[in-house]
Design a protein around this ligand. Structure first.
Ligand SMILES: Cc1ncc(COP(=O)(O)O)c(C=O)c1O
Length: 415
């Protein structure tokens, strides 16, 4: 019996059967019995610099001793938060961006959604309250993010959380255009878009899709919000996928890779024209979180970014996307696999045959468990029955081979 209520879990099955992770190093983690696993997921897509980085631990420890945290409401600040904001502004895909810090991805989505609506209020267009989102989208679990979910199951059985939200097909610019026409462009505040859909199955944008939707949103006078909670900090071979795809986002949400998860932190980058009305004299935006820009989290973030630069991890995923595709492609001959999605950075999905998943909804979870138990490779079942591949950015080509062998062993075990 356990007292812990796990997220995204069937507690009746989990209770007393926890898989307890004990330590980590590089791309690997060990359970309490001392068995090693190759982590194909970097935990929940966040351990970009890998496990066991003493440098981050020491930066955090030094900060904890000096001043563990001080808030940043009003005119309060700490040196690490100021430095991190400057550092983020330097690497932001839009020059001169301002940085609003949060405690994680869901906070960041909530912040961006409210910010978009408040922005138009400041501009004298308060009727712009509608936010558009895409099928398969995952924008976190706060009420706004849940309302914006394109994974229907995440919205089920809650009633309407937030009105003025509309979902369009994840891969159709035409459908976005039609929705804007139907609702009226003068009512649209923002379009939320993961440059690569993550938790909804790792789905890469069709050729030309991102450029076209960017144009449509600009023409509608609305804000383009690039949700880079997963794709940020080197995951796609650039600091941000927005840079890789030339998205020029009005708002960009981030979390996870900013600290590689050593401590929680998130935020929103706002392009200068979006920040401008909020920086006028006499305007106070009554928003912020107790742990926005937590001092120790910022110290860890600075150490994490320094490692990424020193080791070239901001661009490394680009050079590994070919080897990742080569390592995973042979899995396509497996009877349980219908598709292997690769192509952008260290992100991939091994799709289990939808017909088999329809016939047996427990297959993806069983397959992921078998990859871990029989194959020694940790993966995760994503919405739609894909297995998540998002290893730490330090992974080697040999380890990519090990990862693929582990998946095959697991799939063989359940086939
Ligand atoms: C694209 C995206 N947005 C938002 C979130 C929510 O982040 P968090 O779980 O840190 O609240 C996630 C989490 O995986 C995500 O993938």
């Amino acid at each position: 019996m356990t007292s812990l209520w796990h997220g995204f879990a069937e507690m009746g099955a989990v209770d007393g059967h926890e898989f307890v992770v004990d330590r980590g190093e590089g791309c690997d983690v060990w359970d309490e019995s001392g068995r090693r696993y190759l982590d194909a997921t970097a935990s929940l897509w966040y351990a970009n610099v890998g496990y066991g980085r003493r440098e981050i631990a020491e930066a955090a420890a030094a900060q904890l001793e000096k001043l563990h945290a001080y808030h940043i409401f009003g005119d309060f600040a700490t040196r690490p938060v100021l430095e991190l904001a400057d550092r983020l502004a330097q690497i932001a895909p839009v020059a001169g961006s301002k940085v609003f810090l949060t405690s994680g991805g869901s906070d960041s989505v909530d912040t961006a959604a409210k910010l978009a609506r408040r922005y138009f209020h400041e501009l004298g267009q308060p009727e712009r309250t509608v936010i558009l989102t895409r099928s398969w989208a995952y924008h976190g679990m706060h009420a706004y993010g849940t309302a914006l979910a394109g994974i229907g199951a995440n919205r089920d059985a809650l009633g309407e959380l937030i009105p003025d939200v509309a979902v369009v097909a994840w891969d159709s610019a035409e459908e976005l255009e039609e929705a804007i026409d139907r609702i009226g462009s003068e009512r649209i505040a923002a379009f939320f878009c993961e440059p690569v859909v993550g938790a909804g199955g790792v789905r890469f944008p069709p050729d030309g899709y991102l450029g076209r939707v960017r144009e449509i949103v600009r023409d509608a006078g609305a804000l383009f919000v690039s949700d880079e909670v997963i794709t940020g900090f080197g995951r796609t071979g650039k600091w941000f996928a927005s840079g890789r795809f030339g998205l020029d986002p009005d708002l960009l949400t981030f979390a996870k890779g900013i600290t590689s998860g050593y401590v929680p932190l998130g935020g929103v980058l706002a392009a200068p024209h979006v920040a401008e009305p909020f920086w006028r004299r006499g305007v106070t935006w009554r928003h912020g979180y107790t742990y926005s820009g937590h001092t120790t989290a910022c110290a860890a973030g600075l150490a994490n970014l320094a490692i990424m630069v020193r080791e070239g991890l901001d661009t490394r995923a680009r050079s590994l996307e070919g080897p990742l595709a080569d390592a995973l492609a042979p899995l396509l001959d497996h009877p349980l696999v219908s598709e292997v999605r690769t192509g952008v950075g260290l992100l991939a999905a091994v799709q289990l045959d939808p017909a088999r998943v329809d016939a047996d909804a427990s297959l993806p979870l069983r397959a992921a468990a078998a990859c871990r138990d029989a194959g020694g490779t940790i993966t995760r079942a994503l919405a739609g029955g894909g297995l998540q591949i998002s290893p730490a950015l330090v992974i080697t080509e040999d380890q990519l081979g090990e990862l693929a062998s582990g998946l095959r062993a697991g799939l063989d075990a359940v086939a």
